[in-house]
Design a binder for this molecule. Structure first.
Ligand code: FES
Length: 105
């Protein structure tokens, strides 16, 4: 399944992910800028923070309590904020659009 990253300058980067791979893992493997993932997917750094495109928010499993509290500590969170290490790709998410926060550059 494909993931479309929208960077703060409006440019887009589309990458191919494997089913079961997290959006963070796919992003770091493809050197998507702004997805730092300091903790390596442990849900404890919030440097993999993304804003999910409004169209896709409802297709995701809601954030659990740990993710929710980490998001409160992320830079500039909003109601579409998620930690990309907690989002696992599936065929249903093919073509998902996520925005990389400007604050992560
Ligand atoms: Fe650290 Fe996602 S990689 S919280």
């Amino acid at each position: 399944p494909k993931i479309n990253f929208v960077l703060p300058d409006g440019s887009q980067q589309t990458i191919d992910a494997a089913v079961g791979q997290s959006i963070m893992e796919a992003a770091t493997a493809n050197l998507v800028k702004g997805i730092v993932a300091d903790c390596g997917g442990g849900c404890s750094c919030a440097t993999c923070h993304v804003y999910v495109d409004p169209e896709w928010v409802a297709k995701l499993t809601p954030a659990d309590d740990v993710e929710q509290s980490m998001l409160e500590g992320a830079i500039d969170p909003n109601e579409r904020s998620r930690l990309s290490c907690q989002l696992r790709m599936s065929d249903a998410l093919d073509g998902i659009v996520v925005h990389v926060p400007a604050a992560q550059f």
